[in-house]
Design a protein. Sequence first.
Length: 116
Amino acid sequence: MDAKQTKDVIVELLKEKKASDITVIDVAEQTIVTEYFVIATGKSSTQVKALTDFLDEKGEERGLDAPLRRDGVREGRWVVIDYGSVIVHVFNDATRDFYRLEQLWGNGANVTKIED
């Protein structure tokens, strides 16, 4: 599965589990580490953990490789899941507002907001 397909599966899974404010940032021209950031918000630490678990459970069924790494699940404020070509950031509201990854990595042309 290529980076675009991986990103698309992740976005669909996040939408299915009712993540809010899903944003995709194409960072391929800005870093060699990955091609896409997928950023989503959970309304609580419980939902952040549930979104992460859902990606694990359903991702394999839909052809995603197991993540290379994941961090932050225990706290449930900011979970990072590394799929290699796609890095997923699942935040709670306050943490997303604080870090503002879209402002750090986005230049307008490389940011796509996903409609709910």
